[in-house]
Design a protein around this ligand. Structure first.
Ligand SMILES: Cc1cc2nc3c(=O)[nH]c(=O)nc-3n(C[C@H](O)[C@H](O)[C@H](O)COP(=O)(O)OP(=O)(O)OC[C@H]3O[C@@H](n4cnc5c(N)ncnc54)[C@H](O)[C@@H]3O)c2cc1C
Length: 395
């Protein structure tokens, strides 16, 4: 196995690093603050536009839709470096670049692709994803949000929840029930919704770490043109499974995020003395950092495998579930080690003068809980691996 990148790919990595050096404030995101928090979003928007102007955001898409037609490997280098350096705006909301665009490329009509892909690739149009409901999470097919056909429109009524980036999104990727009489997986459709449509109400949900990241969203007689249906009516469950497979390829970003946090902790251990003891000399801390280094490398390779599959035109299923489960749990282990290394200081957050690393360890400790739930819980990922990967029977 040869993991070497080509000279052209290495040169591109240097170009991305140069961009980061010129454009990113050195402390941005150091305390773990969210790009969707009110004070941060304008910067995220500016960065997305700059990246869009360089055509890096969706560089693996065809040129006619705003990409550069390059290999997924080159795009992966961009994603890896931007995640490591905490560049905001690279996914254009949550999922715009990672799964709305790729799924549209596979299933969208020509009109839908022309309408939505170029503004996404240009960093101009932000997206949210609306699958979950109060009574439909892991069992997504239990969803009740209803769309009734009326002339050339659907009329949508119901509620969605945990909608990441819903408060800043221009457009939404919405799963609705179109046939309540059909078996539950066969009566669902996927729609594109302009989030400014009358009848949509968005209420903030503040997460454990105090960030405004997700929302609950209410639909009250919302008119959606039938031209916004993705694929076939009542086939939305199967279409959303494709989108979810793309969503779980976010492992490469998770691995880069874990590597960056670990590098920060290693630097911190080298430079810090607590109660007269240099942290880097503590044998237990050395053991734990070394263990994390092994796991971070394993996560990176799992992430590379998923992108390599994409270069062959495969949609990663089991492999995406593996990196999602492993990477999100790794982030929690990194956060645990970080807070434990700092002792009581590990509880201090951004804004505290005594906080180490701008309070990042505390923020990460709280925020990392999200990652084993979002995009399907770790238990659901393991079900996918067991059933589809290992051939074990469904319960
Ligand atoms: C940070 C974050 C961002 C999110 N963003 C979005 C978003 O943008 N759009 C969106 O639609 N949703 C979003 N979600 C919602 C997320 O997809 C759901 O929370 C998730 O699918 C779990 O659903 P639930 O919360 O209803 O938990 P439940 O499904 O009620 O699960 C409760 C517990 O039971 C376990 N469980 C359930 N079923 C099984 C099973 N069959 N086998 C084994 N264990 C099982 C689960 O693993 C979990 O531990 C987000 C969630 C988070 C945390």
């Amino acid at each position: 196995m040869d993991f070497k990148f080509t000279p052209e790919e290495e040169a591109f990595r240097q170009e991305v690093l140069q961009f980061v050096k010129e454009e990113m404030p050195p402390d941005y995101g150091a305390g773990g603050e969210s790009q969707f928090d009110a004070g941060n979003f304008e910067f995220a928007r500016q960065m997305a536009r700059k990246l869009g102007a360089k055509k890096w955001l969706a560089m693996n898409w065809p040129e006619e839709y705003g990409g550069l037609g390059v290999s997924p490997i080159k795009h992966m280098i961009f994603k890896e470096e931007s995640a490591y350096h905490r560049v905001p705006g690279t996914d254009m909301g949550v999922g715009g670049i990672s799964w709305v665009g790729p799924t549209l490329l596979l299933l969208g009509t020509e009109e839908q692709k022309k309408e939505h892909l170029p503004p996404l690739a240009a960093g101009e149009r932000w997206w949210c994803t609306m699958y979950s409901e109060p009574e439909a999470g892991s069992d997504m097919a239990a969803l009740q949000c209803r769309a009734v056909a009326h002339g050339d429109e659907y009329i949508v009524n119901g509620q969605k929840v945990w909608t990441s980036a819903g408060h800043i999104a221009d457009w939404g990727w919405l799963l609705v029930r179109t046939d309540p009489e059909a078996p539950k997986h066969r009566g669902i459709s996927l729609l594109l919704v302009d989030m400014k449509t009358p009848g949509i109400t968005i209420r903030p949900l503040i997460n454990l770490a105090g960030h405004h990241y997700f929302n609950e969203i209410f639909f009250d007689d919302v008119h959606v043109p039938k031209a916004n249906l993705i694929g076939e009516e009542n086939r939305g469950w199967y279409h959303s499974m494709i989108a979810l497979s793309f969503e779980r390829t976010l492992g490469i970003e998770i691995a880069a995020d874990a590597r960056r946090s670990l590098d920060d902790l290693i630097e911190f251990a080298k430079q810090t003395t607590i109660n007269g003891k240099p942290l880097g000399k503590d044998p237990l801390i050395k053991q734990r950092l070394a263990q994390l280094a092994i796991e971070v490398d394993a996560a990176r390779v799992l992430g590379y495998r998923v992108i390599w599959q994409q270069t062959k035109g495969e949609i990663p299923g089991v492999e995406g579930a593996m990196i999602k489960a492993f990477g999100s749990e790794l982030l929690q282990r990194v956060a645990n080690v970080g807070t434990q290394m700092m002792g009581l200081y590990g509880q201090l957050s951004l804004g505290s003068k005594q906080a180490f690393l701008n309070g990042r360890a505390a923020d990460m400790y709280l925020s990392a809980n999200d990652m084993t739930i979002a995009a399907g819980t770790s238990e659901i990922q393991r079900n996918i691996i067991a059933q589809r990967g290992l051939g074990l029977p469904k319960v």
